[in-house]
Design a protein around this ligand. Structure first.
Ligand code: NAP
Ligand code: ZN
Ligand code: ZN
Length: 347
């Protein structure tokens, strides 16, 4: 075991504060990463504050992890010491179920192990995430990271990037697709960049007028202010695909009417309260509401390689570890352009 500095929430209503965790020594297939940057996902905040009701404390959030390999187990073949590497939202799964065999480890029938707030399969306890100096994971759950992109901008790809890339690919978004991205935050800004890079015509749906210019700069062809009735009305029946990234409770029905016949609204945002959707809002126009969870390991690597090829990174504001609680408050106010990333040298 090695003592490792981290920042943890000790309860739902206590701010994150310094805490020391014991990281295991690398197992034969483990890659140990010295963490350089960790992105701040809204899921970190939902979890630290127990908004989904399943948090085990102490909780060390962080699942947008990039760094350098500092040690490897003696059976590791995919990485060597000094390589750049990343870890996203999961660090283990059963590897035997149909989903795992297909590379859809995020949907493991026996339960994937989250990078934080997960239960280690060997019974050793709770997992602790990337708000820490180092982390170990089985090499199969570690990603290769390009040395051609700024690392702080790559970190958010490990969650915000893959969570938006995966549904865009699954629903075959591309040239000729009219896509709306709902919510311009960490996920939303990656959704706009990625959908635009795939050739889609992207509309940004936002409740923040101040984000209009950014939406266009990120690749949106149109910006719709969701509080403006005339702009909303003009969207009726126009989109093939809506990517809903909103973190707060909101009315799904308000947006369903913007779908064309056969249109799909994919929820990736995970507000705490259940949604109410009258069947008629789906029946008319044969509309669907779907969900999508992060991405499996093969697709996450594909996304990282795609981003390296297309020079796509996240727009980030780098913060010191001690400023995490203020960053959470600012994220809640939508005051981030568009992802906070912690510089782990400051821990
Ligand atoms: P974020 O950076 O805080 O962005 C959320 C955006 O939602 C805001 O920028 C804002 O956009 C919009 N929004 C916030 N409050 C709103 C309100 N009251 N009404 C309408 N719009 C509001 O969060 P994030 O990190 O992108 O995460 C978004 C959600 O996705 C979270 O719930 C997170 O847990 C979830 N998530 C899911 C997955 C998955 O696998 N499915 C993975 C990662 C995260 P505008 O200002 O443009 O309106
Ligand atoms: Zn996340
Ligand atoms: Zn499985």
């Amino acid at each position: 075991m090695s003592s490792t500095k981290s920042f943890a929430a000790q309860s739902a209503d206590s701010p994150l504060a310094p805490w020391t965790i014991d990281r295991r020594n690398p197992k034969p297939h483990d890659v140990q990463i010295g963490i350089l940057y960790c992105g701040v996902c809204h899921s970190d905040l939902h979890t630290a504050r127990n908004e989904w009701g399943n948090t085990v404390y102490p909780c060390v959030p962080g699942h947008e992890i990039v760094g350098k390999v500092t040690a490897i187990g003696d059976q590791v073949t995919k990485f060597k010491v000094g390589d750049l590497a990343g870890i996203g939202c999961l660090v283990d799964s059963c590897r035997e179920c149909d989903n795992c065999k297909e590379g859809l480890e995020q949907y493991c029938s026996n339960g994937m192990v989250g990078t934080y707030n997960g239960k280690e399969k060997d019974g050793s306890g709770n997992t602790y995430g990337g708000y820490s100096k180092s982390i170990n994971a089985h090499e199969d759950f570690v990603l290769h990271v390009s040395d051609q992109l700024p690392l702080e901008g790559v970190a958010p790809l490990l969650c915000a990037g893959i969570t938006t890339y995966s549904p865009l690919r699954h629903w075959k978004v591309g040239k000729g697709t009219k896509v709306a991205v709902l919510g311009l935050g960490g996920l939303g800004h990656m959704g706009v960049k990625l959908a635009a890079s795939m050739g889609a015509e992207v509309t940004m749906l936002s409740h923040s007028p101040s984000k209009a210019a950014d939406a266009k700069r990120l690749g949106a062809a149109h910006f719709v202010l969701t509080s403006d009735a005339a702009q909303v009305k003009a969207c009726a029946g126009t989109f093939d695909f809506i990517l809903d990234t909103v973190s707060a409770d909101h009315d799904y029905n308000f947006y369903l009417g913007m779908l064309r016949t056969n249109g799909v609204m994919v929820c990736v945002g995970a507000p705490p309260s259940p949604a109410q959707i009258p069947a008629f809002n789906l029946i008319f126009g044969r509309r669907s509401v779907a969900g999508s969870l992060i991405g499996g390991l093969p697709e996450t690597q594909e996304m990282l390689d795609y981003c390296a090829e297309h020079q796509i990174v996240s727009d980030v504001e780098v913060i010191a570890m001690k400023d995490i609680n203020e960053a959470y408050e600012r994220m809640l106010k939508g005051d981030v352009r568009y992802r906070f990333v912690i510089d782990m040298a400051t821990l």
